[in-house]
Design a protein around this ligand. Structure first.
Ligand code: ADP
Ligand code: MG
Length: 382
């Protein structure tokens, strides 16, 4: 295979668990000490150059664990991650460092908590990094840094400040400028706007989208908020994580037409305003209206929780218990479950058929979308 044919990112069958704290809440829930908290179970997907994947999952579903493993910050228990054909999961720290300009991880609280040490002043945070990764095709380090600072909507007034003198939105802009300085091919952004107020969030989302598009950067955009993920993913794909498993993966544009997994449908129902924007529209004013509208329609997670089960109990603890047992992790709350759901753990496969009256019937060809995968026994004959 030539380099061009290798996907940018290949994630194969990742599994990760963490030790439950001895005598702690999870140890009790999982049946004693020495138990492990299952955070990820059999995660596989592929991302091509310039593609966007939006990852939706409730709190505790494993989003950050997945982000850290993809970014090479943690090793999985099982499975592999390949970046441009090279296996990150087998690399030592120095090899991972050599990849790091191309693969940037943007955590939720980027640059938060930095002290007023001179090395943390905005100019140093920016220019020291620019010096380490000198601009291609010449030009001064300072110019390269300033260009990016302006591109993310900040100016020279910020150079002498410290991160704790910036607003949350300004810190995220600075973190983005620093990531971009390294000319990444992939940015893994973990809840990058969740802590920002609505206006700041919208302009940050638009900025990231626009820059991603201009520089053809692939994004993994992670959020617990389906409307935000749909908005960001635009022409890309969406994947839905529940209890450490991928439940469904589909083109963002088609999410309302194609969603088949009962869990996805439940998520969309509580958050069901389809975007009036043409996919990926970048007009900030329109986007603001859209976000405002979506936000007004969005129900808090508590509502989702109570809609998902009669007991109103689908918090992280219930998810964890679900992750640990056989069968579909969602069957307990599923409005469409049948006898086999508690017994067989469905694989995430392309949706080509549907169970009707006890028989799997092929879908009409026009309803088959090759990139649409679901882990549901109503669609997967296993
Ligand atoms: P999310 O980002 O979707 O909220 P996480 O990936 O942070 O979820 O966590 C998934 C599960 O793994 C949670 O139950 C969490 O408590 C557990 N977990 C994550 N990181 C660790 C860790 N370093 N040590 C112990 N448990 C962890
Ligand atoms: Mg997280």
């Amino acid at each position: 295979m030539t380099e061009q044919n290798v996907p940018l990112l290949q994630v194969e069958n990742l599994t990760k668990s963490y030790p439950a704290e001895e005598g702690g809440f999870f140890a009790g829930l999982l049946g004693g000490s020495g138990e492990r908290i299952p955070a990820l179970n059999g995660i596989s997907f592929t991302l091509n150059e310039g593609e966007t994947l939006g990852l939706i999952g409730e709190s505790g579903s494993g989003k950050s664990a997945l982000a850290r493993i993809i970014a090479g910050q943690e090793k999985p228990d099982k499975g592999k991650v390949f970046f441009r054909g090279k296996q990150i999961t087998g690399m030592g720290d120095s090899e991972i460092k050599s990849l790091s300009p191309h693969l940037r991880y943007l955590p939720e609280d980027a640059l938060t908590g930095l002290t007023n040490d001179p090395k943390n002043r905005v100019d140093r945070l920016l220019f020291d990094l620019a010096e380490k990764y000198p601009p291609q095709g010449g030009g001064s380090v300072r110019d390269a840094g300033m260009r990016l600072l302006k591109r993310v909507g900040l100016n020279e007034d910020y150079l002498t400040r410290f991160p704790n003198q910036l607003s949350g939105g300004e810190r995220q802009r600075l973190a983005l400028a620093r990531a971009l300085l390294l000319r990444p091919r992939l940015i893994v952004a973990d809840e990058p706007v969740s802590n920002l107020d609505l206006t700041t969030r919208t302009s940050m989302l638009n900025l990231m989208k626009q820059i991603g598009r201009e520089a053809k950067i692939a994004f993994i955009f992670i959020s617990h908020d389906p409307s935000m993920v749909r908005f960001f993913a635009g022409e890309g794909r969406i994947a839905i994580l529940f209890a450490g498993r991928l439940m469904e993966e589909l083109p963002a544009r088609e999410v309302f037409n194609l969603a088949t997994h009962p869990y996805t449908k439940t998520l969309l129902e509580v958050n069901s305003a389809p975007s009036p924007l043409p996919g990926g529209a970048l007009d900030p004013e329109m986007a603001f209206t859209e976000m405002e509208r979506v936000d007004a329609n969005a129900l808090p997670l508590e509502t989702l929780e109570s809609e998902l089960s009669a007991d109103g109990n689908i918090a992280a603890s219930a998810q964890l218990a679900a992750a640990n047992r056989q069968g579909c992790p969602f069957f307990r709350w599923c409005p469409e479950r049948f006898e086999r759901c508690p017994e067989v753990t469905p694989q995430l496969l392309t949706v080509t058929k549907r169970l009707e009256a006890g028989q799997y019937l092929p879908l009409p060809p026009e309803e088959i979308e090759p990139t649409h995968r679901a882990a549901c026994l109503r669609y997967i004959d296993q």
